[in-house]
Design a protein around this ligand. Sequence first.
Ligand code: AMP
Length: 354
Amino acid sequence: MVTRKAIASILSDYGDIVIATVCSHSSLQIFHGARQEGFRTLGIAIGKQPRFYDAFPLAKPDEFLIVDSYADILDQAEDLVAKQVVTVPHGSFVEYMGSEVFAKLPIPTFGNREVLKWESDREKQREWLTSAGVPMPMKIERPQDIDRPVFVKYYGAKGGRGSFIAKNHEDFKESIQPGMKYAIQEYVVGTRYYMHYFYSPLASSGYALSRGSLEMLGVDRRDEANIDEMYKLGAQEALRKMGLLPTFVVTGNMPVVLRESLLPKAFEMGEQVVERSMELFGGMIGPFCLETIVTDKLEFKVFEISTRIVAGTNLFIAGSPYSDLTEPGMSTGRRIAREIRIGQKQGRLADILS
Ligand code: AMP
């Protein structure tokens, strides 16, 4: 892991910051937000320069760096630092580069990289969330113990790919991919809400925590193929006999709002997770998402945390029903750039970059 001291020393030479990210996931929003806050931008593309940015001039990076593979970004670190680049991680950036390589990238990066080892290991993630007091779906220790519908998922963000439902040990054996690390949770029946928070250690107003403050920038629900549409074909058992197994590959996102009476609990959970992160590893910084299911008893179960910008925030490039009540038109991408701008003005970049 690159040390915070090394990053702080790089930052001491930074003035005119360039915001960079990999050209995928939420890059349009990140570049657009950076530009709104007056930053120059750089898009890192794998293989060749993507054409789709030409269709979105307000979100097209000022320049591109083309590399052959994610691993090659590491070789470019010196040049990127010379350009005064700050990278903004997103799910694809970290997953495709590999969280271990990403942790070593000697370029200032938005957020606290210590969070990676708490997020990427599902055991540690559970330890963090449950010790924070956040309710999670029950964990099933061994496949032989499956005595109810369960949800099986692999380690790392895979956009839902590979996850499956099992009702017993037989189902499990049928679907499990050998050699992959997995976790088994009870299958929670309810409605899904993916809540987009932003924790600022620099802010002093708003929903105050022991240090800094917490914002809610939006909520989405993911469209998942083919589970979301399979009901149209009839009962799951019959489908299974036909060889049609439900899959959870994310294909898009829908905006949602929470029932207002759930907001106090949503903030309480966000607060608990941030406060605990300060005790465990010096604090998670910036955007994060609690992925939840709300049951008909109006109880939240948090089945996962994403500790960076999630793609569901792409819905809210022009603001959301929540962010409009803090600052109209504020996207998560822009909020990241704003935080960097504030950090620069306050001489506190080392508190928000690592
Ligand atoms: P994940 O791989 O954790 O991001 O989960 C992918 C999808 O699986 C989610 O978006 C939900 O649709 C579903 N899911 C995950 N965990 C559970 C659970 N414990 N109970 C029910 N559905 C779940």
